[in-house]
Design a protein around this ligand. Structure first.
Ligand code: NAP
Length: 288
């Protein structure tokens, strides 16, 4: 890669960002598509400071992740319909120095759940943040019966009011509820706490479909539990690739090859942290 003073800077913002594959995957796609740009990660807890930095540095495309997807909205100059519908922003594009918020997560969820019969099925969304909103939009459009569980039940109640469905108040209620499709949108199980599951000890059934929005590791503890019980599992990587390819299309107008992201991810080495070492910079663990 030939970096010059003309090379454009894109960003992923969130806090923390140790899990993010966006800089590697975006920058790989830019190089293949002949786009003179790189993406770097800017972890920071203060979203207003991050938006100020986007404006100051003239960043064209910003990927927004946990926990800033909703809190960034008041700092933007406008919202696309996709972001308005979901109530969360995962993409900011600078258009004539005006920052416009988009949401490509819905496209990601639709892609991940393609081919799955959703109408009339009992579905559960674990979590009630930005990713949960994208899942709720998709499931409600496809006429699912929706159940919600969240650590803070009031936030699940807001989703139920907006997108329809029923809040399960306790985790015990979740374990008792007959469910066809389960989608985890909490960060439980995300690197580096990859042994954690949002449903420890849950008895999965073979007919169930289980999706995890967490994409690092590719197979989370939740998905492993489900797979071992014979359920169909869907890695968060399916959503991640589709939403990322759409981010690049919105910004550059160029449709990059999603297969390239798959190849980068499948050749990514396993973590190599040695005993006594705090962690590893190789963050993507392949499924067992
Ligand atoms: P968010 O807006 O901050 O929402 C997080 C949700 O998870 C909230 O409902 C929160 O509950 C809940 N939560 C957080 N920590 C928890 C814990 N320790 N125990 C129980 N519940 C907890 O985040 P987000 O943007 O929706 O992202 C959530 C996850 O999805 C992240 O891991 C992110 O990387 C992943 N994601 C993946 C993709 C993809 O393309 N695959 C896209 C988007 C997001 P409270 O309401 O109680 O705080």
């Amino acid at each position: 890669m030939n970096i010059t003073t003309k090379t454009k800077l894109n960003a992923v913002i969130g806090y923390p960002l140790a899990h993010s594959m966006s800089p590697l995957l975006h920058t790989t796609s830019y190089a293949s598509a002949g786009i003179d740009a790189i993406m770097l990660a800017f972890p920071h807890p203060d979203v207003s400071a991050l938006v100020q930095a986007i404006r100051t540095l003239g960043i064209g495309l910003t990927a927004v992740t946990i926990p800033h997807k909703e809190s960034i909205i008041p700092y933007l100059d406008g919202l696309d319909d996709s972001a308005r519908e979901v109530g969360a922003v995962n993409t900011v594009i600078s258009e004539n120095s005006m920052l416009r918020g988009y949401n490509t997560d819905v496209i990601g969820v639709e892609h991940a759940l393609r081919g799955i019969d959703i109408a009339g099925k009992n579905t559960l969304i674990l979590g009630a943040g930005g990713a949960a909103r994208a899942v709720a939009v998709t499931l409600s459009k496809k006429k699912a019966a929706q159940y919600y569980w969240n650590r803070t039940p009031q936030k699940a109640q807001i989703l139920a009011q907006q997108f329809g469905g029923t809040v399960l108040k306790t985790i015990e209620d979740v374990y008792k509820q007959p469910l066809d499709i389960i989608v985890n949108t909490t960060p439980i199980g995300m690197h580096p706490d990859s042994s954690a599951s949002p449903l420890p000890g849950y008895h999965f059934e073979q007919y169930q479909k289980v999706m995890d929005c967490v994409y690092n590791p590719l197979e989370t503890a939740l998905l492993k539990q489900a797979r071992l019980a014979g359920a169909q599992t869907i890695s968060g990587i399916e959503m991640f690739i589709a939403q990322g390819v759409e981010q690049i299309r919105l910004w550059s107008g160029i449709g990059v090859d999603p297969q390239e992201w798959r190849e980068v991810l499948s050749s990514w080495p396993r973590p190599t942290a040695k005993a006594g070492q705090a962690g590893s910079d190789r963050i993507l663990a392949k499924p067992e």
